[in-house]
Every structure is written in structure tokens, then in C-alpha cells.
Design a protein around this ligand. Structure first.
Ligand SMILES: Nc1ncnc2c1ncn2[C@@H]1O[C@H](COP(=O)(O)OP(=O)(O)OP(=O)(O)O)[C@@H](O)[C@H]1O
Ligand code: SF4
Ligand SMILES: [Mg+2]
Length: 425
């Protein structure tokens, strides 16, 4: 246990946010206006997985200054993350800057070698396979990058940028490449005759379409989209998201969609995972996560989602403001990593890490005091399951529950928070 203690450890666990207007009402509407809700692929826990990530870890070494550079610590960028993406489905990954979203995306695309855990693509563990065995998989898993201004080589024409993967992988005769490039330009809504132009001749939104066309060139099965619209104007964001949704439906592509903004993910992803300081703190189907979040961090993030409907009728949404900065991932807080900013924190939060516990058919949360806004329990719901007492000290009489695991996806049974017993559908 670290010597850091939560500011309000030992204080009565009254909900400090009671009295604020519920920020997670079903009325939350993003300012993306014209985005069509993604109806056809509702979260389906029984759908076959295309991607399964298990207990994934990425610790970057921190080196000392000077001639002999010794490792003096590690940035725990991703620490024990598990999730799955169904075939043709979409999982949103959301969290503040530096929480490990891009690192997770890069681990999935094998741009990084993980420190621990596994990434399974179509049932095959790709964490340890050789570069030669990885090459065909590189066609199936592609990435769309955040910044369309720096991710396209300014010295190459868009034709050579989009056609490059076909040349590198040698999958198409030379005379077929230009027609395929023109076809891709048309698919993403650009003029096929503009293949000879350079990136600077296109707007930001058009450049992101070029990035998407490049990612589609090899007909991938999974696209990791790392903040694909963050650099674009709001009016253009909706167009690019609609384009990606059309492509997903037409080509049955699965998405791992990374974003800061819960509003953007809401429209695209039937399932959403919230990350904080290298860990998933809550994951659920869209309706549950937005309407009945149980983690204080998700509740705070949702309170920052603009509510256009409310603004239109002259109302004002109360904001839950998170105090303080995100702690350093080099020396994260003991127990729950969110405890230094969490107004609900108790002694157990500093002593014991809360497991990502399944509390509904498609809902998992990592909080000792998990509960809906205004209804957080007074006693830790996890103590009995973890074999500790309410303060987090080991309880010799208790047996830790096998419920507390770190598997991707959802089990058929879960822990019912209200009844404190197992439940099933
Ligand atoms: N190559 C690296 N070497 C050392 N530390 C790194 C490296 N890449 C990322 N980090 C650190 O890992 C943590 C997670 O970074 P990451 O880029 O994954 O966050 P993010 O959630 O994508 O943030 P943002 O929203 O700002 O893009 C950060 O503290 C970052 O400084
Ligand atoms: S376990 Fe829950 S209540 Fe405790 S600090 Fe973490 S988020 Fe807050
Ligand atoms: Mg990032």
C-alpha cells in the first residue's frame, strides 16, 4: 500500500453528487447533428469474436539521463486490459488524454510488443507469432490515424498513398492498381480523377477520407480508428463518421474506435469501454453505459457531454468537475487508480484494487462502491468477493470468489449489486 491516502478516507460515504441534476439521462444528444444512429449492430454478447484481448500490459521503460542509461522505472501505459470485439461490430474506447488508448490500439495492430497478456485475432494468438506469420494478418488489421495532416506523406500523390499497400503486399497486378485506387476514392466520396493530386490540395475532411481509403485498400476485417475525427471541424466529423458507418455495413468491418468524446462513440459503437490510467474501469452496452453508468469516473465524463436538447429549451446541465490532474502512470496510486480524484474514495480504495466485476448481462465495473448516480452503496460491494473486510484488510474467514477474473466478454451469470447474489438472464 502506498503512503497516499484519499482525501476523504474514513468519511461517511454520502453521495457527494446527490442533488446535482442527473447528467446521464436518456436525453444526452451530441452536437453531431446529422449522424445516423448505428442501429443494425446492437451489442450482442453471443456474437463470435474477431478480436480478444486478455490482460494486456504495456510498460515503457523510463531511462536515467547520462551516458549509462539505466532503467529507473516504467510508464504503466496499459495495465491488464481485457475486452473483445465481435465480428463486424464496434467497440468504443474512451478516456482522458494519456490513459493508454493509443497504446492499446498500437498493441492490437502489433505496432508494439506487449509487456504481458495476449491479443487473439480470429482465434489465433498474434502476440508471439513471427514477423513472417504476421504479414498476412497486417492485411486484415488496419489503422486509421488521428491527424490527417501528418499521417499522409506530402511528397506522394494520393494515388501512390492509397495504392502503396497493394504494392507492398504484392496482391494485385500493376495494371489493376490504378482502377482499384479510383474505386476506393469513389467509395470514400472523393473524385476518382484526383488520384494524381497531393495531400496539401485536399481539406482536412478530405484527407481523412484518403486515410480511410488507404486503410480499406487491403479489405481489412478489423479497423483500429485512433481518434479518426478529433482533428476535424464538428460539421465534417459527422460526414466522416457516417462514411465509416456506411463502410462498416457494406464491408462488414469490425471497429475498435478510440475517442476522447463519449458523444462520438455513442453514435458509432453498440459497446463502450471507459479507460482510466491504463485500466478499463467500466464496459457496457451503449444504453447501459450512457443511461445507468455505475463508475464515478464514467458519471463524471458523461456530465461533460454537451446536451443540445436541454440547451435548446433553455435548460442548463450541471457539470461534475473532476478535481486535480491525472496521476503519473509511472507511479500510479495504490488500490484504485482513480481514488486521488474520486469523491467517494474510502480506505479500501487505497488498499485493494477493485476488480472489473460483471454486474449485468453486458455490464462490468471496477469500483468498490459501484452504483447508479445518487445510489452508491455505503459499504463496499466487493469486500466479500475479494475476501477482505470493509476497510480492505484481509478477512481470514472469507474466501475470495472465482467471480473476480479478467476475461474478455461477458459470462452468463453475474453479481447482482442490489441482491448481493448471483444472477442470470
Ligand atoms: N513510446 C512511449 N514511450 C514512453 N511512454 C509512452 C510511449 N507512448 C506512450 N507513452 C505514455 O503512455 C501513456 C499512455 O499514452 P497513450 O498515447 O496511449 O495515451 P492516449 O490515451 O492515447 O492519450 P491521448 O488522448 O492524448 O492520445 C502516457 O503517459 C504516455 O506518455
Ligand atoms: S473504487 Fe470506486 S469509490 Fe473507490 S476510489 Fe475507485 S472509483 Fe472511487
Ligand atoms: Mg492517443
Amino acid at each position: 500500500m502506498s503512503n497516499q491516502t484519499p482525501a476523504n478516507a474514513g468519511m461517511p460515504n454520502e453521495d457527494p453528487w446527490s442533488g446535482t441534476e442527473d447528467p446521464t439521462s436518456a436525453d444526452v444528444v451530441s452536437d453531431l447533428g446529422t449522424v445516423v444512429p448505428h442501429a443494425p449492430t446492437a451489442a450482442n454478447p453471443d456474437a463470435e469474436s474477431i478480436l480478444e484481448v486478455r490482460d494486456l500490459k504495456m510498460y515503457f521503460p523510463v531511462k536515467s539521463a547520462g551516458l549509462i542509461r539505466r532503467t529507473i522505472g516504467h510508464v504503466q501505459a496499459v495495465d491488464g486490459v481485457s475486452f473483445r470485439v465481435p465480428k463486424g461490430g464496434a467497440l468504443g474506447l474512451v478516456g482522458e488524454s494519456g490513459c493508454g488508448k493509443s497504446t492499446t490500439g498500437r498493441l492490437v495492430t502489433r505496432l508494439y510488443e506487449p509487456t504481458g497478456g495476449s491479443v487473439e485475432f480470429e482465434g489465433q494468438d498474434i502476440t508471439t507469432i513471427s514477423p513472417r506469420a504476421l504479414k498476412p494478418l497486417r492485411r486484415d488489421i488496419q489503422m486509421i490515424f488521428q491527424d490527417p495532416y501528418t499521417s499522409l506523406n506530402p511528397r506522394h500523390t494520393v494515388g501512390s498513398i492509397i495504392g502503396a499497400p497493394l504494392v507492398i503486399h504484392g496482391v494485385m497486378a500493376k495494371d489493376k492498381i490504378l482502377p482499384r485506387v479510383q474505386e476506393l476514392l469513389e467509395i470514400v466520396g472523393l473524385n476518382p480523377e484526383h488520384y494524381n493530386r497531393y495531400p496539401h490540395e485536399f481539406s482536412g475532411g478530405q484527407r481523412q477520407r484518403i486515410g480511410i481509403a488507404r486503410a480499406l485498400t487491403l479489405q481489412p476485417k478489423l479497423l483500429v480508428a485512433d481518434e479518426p475525427v478529433s482533428a476535424l471541424d464538428v460539421s465534417i466529423q459527422a460526414q466522416v463518421i457516417n462514411l465509416m458507418q456506411d463502410l462498416q455495413r457494406e464491408f462488414d468491418i469490425a471497429f475498435l474506435f478510440i475517442a476522447h468524446d463519449l458523444a462520438i462513440v455513442r453514435h458509432f459503437c453498440p459497446e463502450v469501454a471507459v479507460m482510466y490510467l491504463g485500466k478499463i474501469v467500466e464496459i457496457a452496452d451503449r444504453e447501459t453505459l450512457y443511461n445507468r453508468p455505475n463508475h464515478p469516473y464514467t458519471q463524471a465524463l458523461l456530465s461533460a457531454v454537451p446536451d443540445v436538447k436541454q440547451a435548446a429549451v433553455g435548460g442548463r446541465r450541471e457539470r461534475i468537475r473532476l478535481e486535480g490532474d491525472v496521476p503519473s502512470p509511472i507511479n500510479p496510486p495504490s488500490g484504485c487508480r482513480f481514488r486521488t480524484r474520486c469523491p467517494l474514495a474510502q480506505e479500501i480504495c487505497a488498499r485493494v484494487e477493485p476488480p472489473l466485476l460483471q454486474i449485468g448481462a453486458t455490464h462490468k465495473v471496477a469500483c468498490h462502491f459501484a452504483g447508479e448516480l445518487g445510489h452508491h452503496p455505503v459499504k463496499p460491494v466487493t469486500a466479500g468477493l475479494l475476501g477482505v473486510d470493509d476497510s480492505g484488510a484481509p478477512d481470514p474467514g472469507a474466501t475470495p470468489s472465482p467471480l473476480v477474473g479478467n476475461e474478455p466478454g461477458y459470462a452468463d451469470t453475474w453479481f447482482d449489486l442490489e441482491r448481493k447474489t448471483m444472477a442470470s438472464a
